[in-house]
Design a protein around this ligand. Structure first.
Ligand code: ADP
Ligand code: MG
Length: 316
């Protein structure tokens, strides 16, 4: 199977929303008046961002999910995406389920693959998503104010726990492993929550590199500090059953969570809960924004400790 046959067979679908989909030198689409275009790219490299054990359908899902998560963090409505793909071989048995996983998530969000690039090379997927947000309403990292509450969607830490199992550091019963593996391989982007938080959250980010690191981005951009309440961090029953140091490591520095971390004025707490209910995702208050810079955490015994607000760094 050649390059163009592979694209045609697996990646070209009808694109009724776009003015022009794949097949020409550019895709074209029209952005509604009064909307800003929100654009983000995320690359998944084998051995770096995923293991060779990932089922291809889940890999297709995850490649798009991590990108949609960025749109969610900005409160943008997804429109379209492109896919740049490097494949060692034109292997049907791999590409067909990859495309299925990708389009299953795309269809749930009503977005179209409008173009891309396909080449031979070490397995690598780079997606660029495009979305729209009413001008001036995007959620940014820079709006947190002292006194705001700090919130997290969903649960943290399961993806990291799964990684520790793959690394041979932790052993779990088979159903527990399946549950955390699903969190690692099939994250659910919080798009509906991002939309519901427009006009409500003062800042937002998606947690991809660990809570501490991504919280650090909000704190630096907003020139504030935070006090985190560790017992409030939402985690699964599987993670809650692990020794506390491992729990804290997964919750605080885990990465690959793709939950929304956001701030909102304390007076809007009821509205935040309502936004979570509308988006059908749990939202949990986990701390407060402070005027003093730096990050401090209060643990289960009421002890305070200063934490470094740094996350995963590919080159550190
Ligand atoms: P060009 O040479 O102009 O860069 P290509 O020959 O690389 O174009 O691609 C041909 C067409 O197929 C283009 O419209 C491109 O957007 C589309 N395309 C290539 N790879 C993919 C892919 N993985 N998914 C969707 N569309 C793709
Ligand atoms: Mg061209």
């Amino acid at each position: 199977m050649g390059e163009f046959e592979l694209i045609e067979r697996h990646f070209v679908r009808p694109t009724p929303r776009a003015a022009l989909g794949p097949g020409d030198d550019c895709a074209l689409f029209t952005v509604a008046a009064g909307q800003q275009l929100a654009v983000s790219s995320d690359m998944l490299v084998e051995g770096r961002h995923f293991l060779s054990t990932v089922p291809p359908a889940r890999l297709g899902h995850k490649a798009l999910a991590v990108n949609l998560s960025d749109l969610a963090a900005c409160g943008a409505e997804p429109l379209a995406f492109t896919l740049a793909l490097a494949l060692p071989r034109a292997d049907e048995a791999f590409v067909a389920p990859l495309a299925q996983g990708l389009f299953a998530l795309a269809d749930r969000h009503g977005i179209e693959l409008v173009g891309g690039d396909t080449t031979a090379g070490p397995l690598n997927l780079c997606i660029t998503v495009m979305g729209q947000v009413p001008a001036g309403q995007a959620l940014l990292r820079s709006g947190a104010r002292p006194g705001d509450q700090l919130w997290i969607s969903g649960r943290l830490g399961d993806a990291r726990l799964a990684l520790e199992v793959f690394r041979g550091q932790v052993a779990l019963a088979a159903p527990d492993f399946e549950a955390v593996r699903l969190a690692m391989e099939c994250p659910e982007p919080r798009v509906a929550l991002g939309l519901a938080l427009r006009g409500l959250a003062s800042s937002a980010i998606d947690v991809s590199d660990g809570l501490l690191g991504d919280l650090g981005h909000i704190l630096r951009r907003s020139r504030v500090g935070a006090r985190l309440h560790l017992p409030a961090l939402p985690c699964s029953a599987v993670l809650a059953a692990q020794p506390r140091p491992l729990q804290h490591e997964c919750l605080l520095r885990g990465g690959d969570d793709y939950e929304l971390l956001f701030t909102a004025p304390a007076s809007r707490a009821a509205a935040v809960r309502e936004a979570g209910a509308r988006a059908a995702v749990a939202v949990t208050p986990i701390g407060v924004v402070t005027a003093e810079p730096g990050l401090c955490a209060v643990d289960e015994d009421g002890r305070e400790q200063v934490l470094p607000a740094r996350g995963f760094d590919h080159f550190a």
